[in-house]
Design a protein around this ligand. Structure first.
Ligand SMILES: *Cc1c(COP(=O)(O)O)cnc(C)c1O
Length: 547
């Protein structure tokens, strides 16, 4: 660690009259005076201000509205969504005096109009805190994460160098250390908070390529080995996007089938595909496994995949963006067996844990590879002679500026501890078990599409007119009819603001509801029961029995 001169340094920023940063321990008698601005009230020297007040005034009043919104949104007394067309939205904003269009010639909006526009945003946004918001794999932000997010905005800095983000740099390191321990990386690790699980998967592929072909970094894609990557047919589409983005090409991302019962990649097929590629003169370099597939919630068999990868010298990555939360639960951890053997790992605390978007973790058990792979040593930013520069993380990333997303998970972990986070995860799994039991004991009203692995549950509603419905023997006509039921019910619930829930076909199975439990704070067993009752009522309306 760099030693500071005994003389302590106070640095300050002009314009807000505060100290920029106190570096090291001050010796009282030799403290340099902070440089202060001649203006004491920061808002008075604004070059521009909204009509009728200062920007800070709007912030203060707007913040109160946000706080009220966060407090009220969870109750469920507000609809999930007030569905409007883009034209209707424009009309609603026009009524606030702060229209959505930016024409360049418009009258500027004053304090009142700006605040009315903020209200219009809140009113017309989807209430992701609602107990029946089951759209994808996230829900409302945890209030502590919201606080951290506001703190990150208020301190608006950049976690690329220690000099501008001392606290956040250390926080990020601590969060990563804890996560590395959770996975079980013992012989060292490195990591980053990155903007989303898709980008975390890209990082995994980039590191893998760097290990297989380090010259790619300078030579580019022409003339190197024909690299090929592997992932399951249920894995997230971001693997494809990564293959496109890094110049690998989707033809070189080979799809491995999954077991139809568990949704896990068939490891024997993976090994066959690797051998086949090798025989064709290609170089297998990356296997993208998944912990909690997006639709089905399936967990690949990490121990088996790790065996195959080490046998063939291939980098193993686990996309645990969704299902990584299982590591926090003593009951569910078994699904992650073997995960500690992976070379790299992606996890989204902004999904199962309820951190605000985005909060995504990338980890690798290979120290220094992030820097070797992504570093460019920009001299204007990462000067080796600066104080504490050994803590600069910026050159490990593919970004320049970076948000302090680690603060969100840090604050939540501090407040709830391992035990609190575990409770959260366990409640989500209990909800999934509950709906599964209700479906199985519904006497044919509902049918399970697949048993749950994570907290994803797939199911059909079977209108009375179609009962009993046997999915294994149904002909095309019958399957086409059942495929219309989920979209109909979903659309009705969206129009009435009752619920927002997803559906899709999968593996030749007709459209089914996919409910994913991600909101551990607001969703109760009762909510689930009521939702099923609503589905039944709407289903009978839309597909009435002939009798
Ligand atoms: C959500 C998800 C991703 C993508 O994460 P983003 O943060 O949305 O980019 C990747 N993989 C899986 C399995 C996911 O569920």
């Amino acid at each position: 660690m760099a030693r500071l001169p005994a003389r302590s340094l106070w640095k300050a920023v002009s314009g807000r009259g505060g100290r920029l940063l106190r570096v090291g321990a001050a010796s009282k008698d030799r403290v340099a005076r902070p440089i202060t601005s001649t203006t004491t009230n920061g808002s008075q020297n604004q070059i521009v201000a909204p009509k009728g007040g200062t920007a800070e005034d709007v912030l203060e009043q707007g913040a109160r509205k946000l706080l009220e919104y966060v407090r009220g949104a969870s109750v469920g007394s507000q609809p999930v969504v007030r569905l409007k067309s883009p034209g209707e939205l424009k009309k609603a904003f026009r009524a606030t005096g702060c229209g959505l269009e930016i024409t360049g010639t418009e009258e500027v909006a004053g304090v009142d109009e700006l605040l009315a526009a903020v209200e219009c945003v809140l009113e017309n946004s989807v209430n992701t805190a609602h107990p029946l918001f089951f759209n994808q794999l996230y829900s409302r932000g945890d209030p502590l994460s919201i606080l951290a997010d506001w703190m990150i905005a208020a301190t608006n800095t950049n976690v690329h160098t220690y000099e501008v983000a001392p606290v956040y740099t250390v926080m990020e390191a601590e969060v990563l250390r804890r996560c590395a321990r959770l996975i079980g990386f013992e012989g060292g690790y490195d990591g980053l908070l990155v903007p989303g699980g898709s980008i975390a998967n890209l990082y995994g592929m980039l590191l893998a390529r760097h290990r297989a072909d380090p010259e790619w970094k300078t030579r580019g894609m022409n003339g190197g080995p024909n690299l090929v990557a592997f992932t399951s047919d249920h894995s997230h589409y971001s693997y494809k996007k990564s293959a496109m983005t890094m110049g690998l090409g989707t033809d070189n991302l080979i799809t491995i089938p999954t077991d139809r019962d568990t949704g896990a990649m068939v490891t024997e097929k993976l090994e066959e595909a690797i051998l086949k590629s090798k025989a064709e003169g290609k170089v297998p370099f990356f296997v993208g496994a998944t912990a909690g597939t997006t639709v089905r919630g399936g967990y690949d068999k990490f121990d088996e995949i790790a065996d195959v990868c080490s046998e063939h010298g291939v980098w193993m990555h686990i996309d645990a963006a969704w299902g990584g939360g299982a590591l926090l639960s003593r009951r569910q951890r078994h699904t992650m067996h073997g995960a500690s053997r992976t070379d790299s790992y992606a996890w989204n605390p902004h999904k199962m844990l309820g951190a605000t978007m985005q909060c995504s973790i990338f980890l690798t058990r290979h120290k220094d590879t992030l820097h070797e792979c992504n570093g460019t040593s920009a001299e204007y930013l990462f000067q080796p002679d600066k104080l504490y520069t050994e803590y600069d993380v910026g050159d490990k990333t593919i970004q320049c500026g970076r948000r302090a997303d680690a603060a969100k998970l840090w604050l939540m972990w501090k407040a709830y501890g391992d035990v609190g986070l575990e409770k959260r995860v366990d409640h989500l799994y209990a909800l999934a078990d509950h709906i599964q039991e209700r479906i199985e004991s519904s006497g044919g009203k509902f049918a399970l599409t697949f048993p749950r692995s994570c907290t994803n549950v797939g199911f059909w509603y079977v209108p009375r007119a179609l009962r009993p419905f046997d999915f294994s023997t149904a002909d095309k006509h019958a399957l086409d009819r059942i495929a219309k039921v989920a979209p109909y019910i979903k659309n009705r619930m969206q129009q009435t603001g009752d619920a927002l829930i997803g559906f899709q076909p999968l593996d030749g199975k007709p459209n089914f509801f996919r409910i994913v439990f991600a909101n551990a704070d607001n969703v109760t067993f009762d909510d689930v029961d009521q939702m099923l009752e609503r589905m039944e009522a709407i289903g009978e309306e839309g597909f009435p029995s002939k009798a």
